[in-house]
Design a protein around this ligand. Structure first.
Ligand code: FAD
Length: 401
């Protein structure tokens, strides 16, 4: 099969690797707009579920990915310098550039051609192919050109965020909330190698404007953020590897859904097909799972169109749960004023349960009480989730004069 793939991110590269492993005769070219070895962002997290899947699909790249990962343990929530520590659990962090280097090397070894510095805006720029894979991330131009046919919808989040790096090592997944005169500002941080961590800063748009980040240049912005988070950074600097002019690359998260994931022989995978908010740290896993599902569908079906339909149904179904979790998680951070005044144990529980469908419908204190008593029972938890919207409406009615 002749395949043209646009984008050498995790989705495009893993798909190419899978298709070559399935049949070495597959003729695959990836077109990537960036030069080799460059990418946006810092480290990403993943858990054993992804590792198991990588191990069973391509043990060779899985081994290298583990070797270059950092295992972080537990979670820390820090509000105004007061910390709560949850020692259970942990996950892996890996440098995005390293992950891309491993997958690029593996794909090339298997005979995939990768053309760097080739930006594709239209399928006319591609050679004839049996299958065209749009794996160019959330800004996919191939998808934009056919946005109506893909039934594309984008929901832009309220909060501002910026993806930074630091040499401070956060050996546990850490959330730090700091009050300023302009409102709360917070970070999500985790180590992804022994001397580097990802440091994502987030705040409400009003706070962002009042602190002056809308007009401030990148270096002043970094210095201000270092000052705001000085207790947590302990003298370490914050760094950016992308910029918008001379400003920091602040963004509002775009949650993307597409009603259809394929038209003709063009198929969407990874962030080009769907995005899930970074607060659940799953976009890379989902992109790789798309790549595996697409390979299986294309390998099992003679007809490309039938294969793409099978892939679309399977992955849209698989996205239901993480998509909902991501939306709830993003909304939780957008509703921070609702939760931030609670004392440490309550706030910690509310934050750790931010994916709950019940929480947005109940007063936080009532949710906390239920959580620590009734909701420990799985049957009652299921019932409450089902009844959550009704309970919420009744509660809101009661509050109306
Ligand atoms: C702040 C933040 C933190 C995150 N943290 C995590 C995390 O901890 N764990 C996790 O699993 N996920 C995380 N994610 C999500 C994750 O980064 C994405 O879901 C994942 O990278 C999607 O992979 P992809 O291959 O679909 O797209 P991308 O990684 O975006 O790759 C797309 C590639 O296509 C190229 N490209 C774009 N346009 C063109 C074009 N026109 N022509 C040619 N090439 C093009 C790009 O240069 C890029 O190389 C995070 C995202 C954000 C924003």
């Amino acid at each position: 099969m002749k395949i043209a793939c646009v984008g050498a991110g995790p989705a495009g590269l893993y798909f190419a690797i899978m298709m070559k492993l399935r049949d070495a005769e597959n003729d695959i070219t990836i077109f990537e707009r960036n030069p080799s070895g460059t990418t946006h962002g810092w480290g990403v997290v993943f858990w054993d579920d992804l590792l198991n899947s990588l191990n069973s699909n391509d043990p060779q790249s899985a081994r290298e990915i583990v070797e270059h990962s950092f295992y972080w343990t537990g979670q820390v929530v820090d509000v105004k310098g007061k910390q709560r520590v949850h020692n259970e659990g942990g996950g892996y962090g890996i440098c995005r550039r390293q992950l891309m280097a491993i997958l690029t090397k593996r794909a090339t070894e298997l005979g995939v051609r990768i053309q760097f510095e080739r930006e594709i805006a239209d399928i006319n720029q591609l050679p004839h192919a049996d299958l065209i894979v749009a794996a160019e991330g959330v800004g996919s131009q191939l998808r934009q050109r056919h946005a109506d046919q893909f039934k594309m919808q984008v929901n832009v989040g309220r909060n501002k965020y910026v993806w930074l790096g630091t040499t401070q090592v956060f050996a546990a997944f850490t959330f730090g909330f700091v009050p300023t005169k302009a409102g709360w500002i917070w970070f999500h941080a985790y180590a992804y190698k022994k001397d580097m961590s990802t440091f994502i800063v987030e705040c409400a748009p009003e706070t962002w404007e009042r602190l002056g980040f809308d007009t401030m240049n990148a270096s002043d912005s970094l210095r201000l953020l270092e000052k705001l988070f000085e207790q947590h950074l302990d003298g370490h600097q914050l760094m950016t590897n992308t910029s918008k002019g001379n400003k920091l690359p602040w963004l509002s998260f775009r949650t993307l859904v597409n009603g259809t994931w394929h038209i003709d022989n063009i198929v969407l995978i990874g962030d080009a097909a769907h995005t899930t908010h970074f607060a659940i740290g799953s976009g890379t896993r989902l992109a790789i799972e798309d790549a595996i599902a697409l390979t299986n569908a294309v390998g099992d079906q003679q007809d490309v169109h039938a294969a793409l339909k099978v892939y679309e149904i399977e992955r849209q179904r698989a996205l239901t749960y993480p998509g909902r979790e991501a939306r709830l998680s993003a909304q939780w951070f957008e509703s921070l004023p609702r939760y931030i005044s609670f004392d440490a144990p309550e706030f910690f529980t509310l934050l750790l349960n931010r994916r709950s469908r019940l929480m947005p419908h109940l007063p936080p204190r009532l949710y906390y009480k239920l959580h620590t008593t009734l909701l420990r029972h799985p049957v009652l938890r299921g019932l409450c989730r089902w009844a959550a919207p009704i309970l919420g409406s009744l509660y809101r009615l009661r509050l109306q004069p």
